[in-house]
Structures are given as structure tokens and as C-alpha cells.
Design a protein around this ligand. Structure first.
Ligand code: ADA
Ligand code: CA
Ligand code: CA
Ligand code: CA
Length: 205
């Protein structure tokens, strides 16, 4: 089930509110925002479709980020480097994109939601495994996009999600080796479900 999160303003979490520097979740660290809401200051970006904006959070190999809300503007959202766990993250208004896999690893996203993106929700820029479950994604171009023109392998699993109102696709790739397995997921108005994906497994959707 999808756990709803309320944006609770708090003074107990360091750096809550407007942040002009990326918050780094270091290797092995667990960062629990306890529902705190973050927005990008102008030093990070304006959340438009301009490339090169900085993320609000950077999660390094083995880090866990949980229970945070990203409000408008969310700049370049969350970047991951290596294995990362993202739990109960709410993107109230996606910036340039919501989350980017910057370096190879397994990225596990469970719970939470994202909405209001102009183009990509999740951008995959390195060979990786991306597991998303119990997540609600709505109103964007693509739910997941592997970097255009790239041929590395990405394994995507989508389980128990609710995906709606994508202009183009749930997962689009240009790589013939990338795969998707989608299970127990409700979707509507998602364009062409999968674009360019040669290896598709589906059940219970
Ligand atoms: C686009 C752009 C890439 C990269 C990517 C991203 O695909 O062409 O260079 O910036 O977005 O990570 O947002
Ligand atoms: Ca981009
Ligand atoms: Ca937006
Ligand atoms: Ca981006």
C-alpha cells in the first residue's frame, strides 16, 4: 500500500526549508527527514527544463534517504551514486527531473509519490538496477527514461505502483539490452507503455 505523507514544516531537521547547497547523504548514512519539506534556492536551480541544475539531495553509495518532501522548485531533485535506498519521498512538483541515477548500482525506491513534471520523472544515466514499488507517479512525460542514445543495460522493476498521465511512456530506452518487469501495477493514460524495450515481463497489472 502507498503510505501518504503530509508536508510537515519542522525546525528539528537541520537545513529544512530553502537550501542553496546540495544535502549529501554519505556512504552508509541514513538520512530521515521525518516529513520535512525542502525547496531549492536559486543556487541549485529553478526547476525548469534547463539542464545542469543541481540536486537538493545527493545519495552516495550505500546511503538511505527517507521521509522527505521536495517542494517547488525542486531543481534537479535527487541524484544517486551507486547503491541507494529511497523511501517515502514525495515530489510535490518535479523539477528538471525528479531523480537521476548518476553512477551504477541498485537503486530501490519504495513508497511516496511524484507529480507535475514537464518531461522525465526518473532519469537513468548509468548501467543499473532500478526497483520502484508502492509508488504513485502522475503527470510527466516519461515515468522512467534511460539517457537518450545510451546502450548500457538497465534492469527496471515496477511493482505495486500507480502510474497515470504520462505524455509518452512508462519506460523509454534506446538500449536493446535493457529490461522491464512490471507487476501488480495500476496505470492509465501513459502513452505507449514501453518504448524501445526489447525484454518486457508483465503480470497482475
Ligand atoms: C538530458 C540531457 C543529458 C542529461 C540528462 C539529465 O537527457 O541530454 O545530457 O543532462 O538530461 O541527466 O537530466
Ligand atoms: Ca534532463
Ligand atoms: Ca514541475
Ligand atoms: Ca536532470
Amino acid at each position: 500500500t502507498i503510505v501518504p505523507t503530509t508536508a510537515v514544516p519542522t525546525t528539528t531537521v537541520e537545513a529544512a526549508g530553502v537550501t542553496n547547497t546540495t544535502i549529501v547523504v554519505k556512504a552508509g548514512e541514513v538520512y530521515d527527514g521525518k516529513g520535512a519539506r525542502f525547496i531549492a534556492g536559486s543556487a541549485l536551480g529553478d526547476g525548469s527544463q534547463k539542464e545542469g541544475q543541481k540536486p537538493i539531495f545527493r545519495v552516495e553509495n550505500g546511503g538511505t534517504l527517507k521521509n522527505v518532501v521536495l517542494g517547488y522548485p525542486a531543481a534537479d531533485g535527487v541524484h544517486t551514486y551507486g547503491n541507494a535506498t529511497l523511501e517515502n519521498i514525495v515530489w510535490e512538483d518535479i523539477g528538471e527531473d525528479a531523480m537521476t541515477i548518476k553512477e551504477s548500482g541498485t537503486v530501490t525506491l519504495k513508497g511516496g509519490s511524484a507529480t507535475n513534471g514537464d518531461d522525465k520523472m526518473f532519469q537513468i544515466n548509468a548501467a543499473s538496477t532500478f526497483k520502484v514499488s508502492n509508488f504513485k507517479g502522475s503527470k510527466a512525460g516519461k515515468f522512467i527514461r534511460q539517457l537518450g542514445g545510451s546502450t548500457f543495460k538497465v534492469n527496471v522493476t515496477i511493482d505495486n505502483c500507480d502510474i497515470s498521465d504520462m505524455k509518452e511512456a512508462i519506460f523509454r530506452t534506446d538500449s536493446s539490452t535493457s529490461t522491464v518487469k512490471m507487476t501488480n501495477t495500476r496505470y492509465h493514460n501513459v502513452g505507449t507503455k514501453f518504448i524501445g524495450v526489447k525484454n518486457i515481463t508483465e503480470s497482475g497489472n
